[in-house]
Each structure stands twice: as C-alpha cells, then as structure tokens.
Design a binder for this molecule. Structure first.
Ligand SMILES: Cc1cc2nc3c(=O)[nH]c(=O)nc-3n(C[C@H](O)[C@H](O)[C@H](O)COP(=O)(O)O)c2cc1C
Length: 206
C-alpha cells in the first residue's frame, strides 16, 4: 500500500481533558530487554489521562526501496499509522556499537518516507536508554537524536534519562525496582506531555 496521503498533521487544541496518547517504541527485540522494561515502568507511572501503547518492531523488515516501490508492507503501514495517531513518541534505545540497533534504524527509515509526508515530521519525541554498562547508552541516545533531528521530529532535550548499570535495577521478572529511576521516568513523561501540548497549541495559534 503506498502512502499517498497529503501532508497532514494531527493538531490538538491543547485540550487537557482529552487523553494524551504516547506510542512507546523499544529499540530492542529481546524478550527481557531492559529498554522494554523502562517502557513497562513508564506505562505504569504515566499520569491519569495519559495512555501508553508499547509496540514491538520484530515484524518490521529491513528498509528496501524496491519493496517500498511496491507499497509499504503491512507491518510498516501499521507502524506509520500508530505514529500518525500518537500525540508523542517515547523511544527506549539500547546502544549497539556506539549507535542504535539496526531494527530501530530500519523502522525509523521506513517511517521517514516519503520525506514530504513523513509521519515523524513535527512529532514530539522523548528518548530514554538503558545499558548494563556505566554510561547508560549515552552514545546510542546521541545517535538516535541525530537520526530523529534529520527526520524533522521534535526531540525533547531535557530531562535526559540514561539508565546505567541496568542489570542492578530490575528484578528477575524484568520489573524496574529502582525508585530514583522510576521518579526520573515519571518526570520525563510529565515534561513530554506538557511540552507536546504547548507545541500543539503553538501550531494551532500559528
Ligand atoms: C551487538 C551489540 C553491541 C553492543 N554495544 C554496546 C555498546 O556500544 N555500548 C553499551 O553500553 N552496550 C553495548 N552492548 C550491550 C547492550 O547494552 C546490552 O546487550 C543491553 O542489555 C541491550 O539492551 P536491552 O537489554 O534493552 O536488550 C551491545 C550489545 C550488542 C548485542
């Protein structure tokens, strides 16, 4: 199915009584992923009125222009529609060799096309990351920011949530137990919602 829609943007009136929809995207396909675990915690911590859907990128194929010419595969069409409908994205990325996992890059490449109609353009995005190492995937976050900036997404600058030594913060069931990290995630969601709403109000006023 080719995406031949005109360039449209969902513009909210800033109406706080409407539910705010966050699409949560884990960059890892691993079942016990720490990054997925951060998103599970985020969903539990989200304030009233905020709805969070966590998706899986496993079905999204590698980006291939030949396939794109034939029309988006079903998993890609669904992914684009989920982004289109979301008020904001929350992406949790691991760091793979100082960058982001290929699965996440492929998914963003699909979503960025065709460039003039990209569902990422103007979309508010917050980034979080976890690593078992000391730096919390800081280079992965930087790489993700660079990709998103290129797509025209609006990426929240602060607060930065980098979760280092993730292996010590989750229990055996994969639940984030660390209270300080939980508080930082809660604060990030609150800022994301407020910031996205003010951006939407700006678009309405413009
Ligand atoms: C191919 C590969 C490359 C990796 N490179 C890095 C790296 O550059 N920096 C880092 O902190 N961790 C690196 N790691 C370790 C990941 O941080 C670790 O596997 C982490 O648990 C992945 O996130 P997840 O738990 O959400 O799956 C790498 C892991 C893999 C599989």
């Amino acid at each position: 199915m080719s995406d031949a829609r005109p360039m449209t943007r969902t513009i909210d009136t800033g109406d706080c009584s409407r539910r705010f929809k966050i699409l949560a995207i884990p960059g890892s396909l691993r079942r016990q992923s720490y990054n997925r675990g951060l998103l599970e915690a985020a969903r539990q911590l989200a304030p009233v009125g905020v709805e969070m859907q966590i998706i899986d990128l496993a079905e999204i194929p590698h980006f291939n222009s030949d396939v794109e010419e034939q029309g988006d595969p079903a998993a890609v069409a669904l992914f684009k529609e989920q982004i289109r409908r979301a008020d904001a994205l929350l992406i949790a990325t691991p760091e793979y060799n100082s960058s982001i996992p290929g699965a996440l890059k492929d998914a963003l490449d699909w979503a960025s096309r065709p460039a003039a109609e990209s569902v990422l353009r103007g979309k508010p995005v917050a980034i979080i990351s976890a690593s078992p190492g000391r730096f919390g995937a800081v280079r992965g976050q930087r790489a993700l920011r660079q990709v998103l900036d290129h797509t025209g997404a609006r990426v929240l600058a602060v607060p930065e949530v980098l979760v280092a030594r993730a292996g010590e913060l989750f229990d055996e069931a994969g639940k984030l137990q660390d209270e300080e990290t939980r508080a930082r995630i809660r604060a990030l969601i609150e800022v994301l919602v407020t910031w996205s709403r003010s951006h939407q109000a700006e678009l309405v006023a413009a």
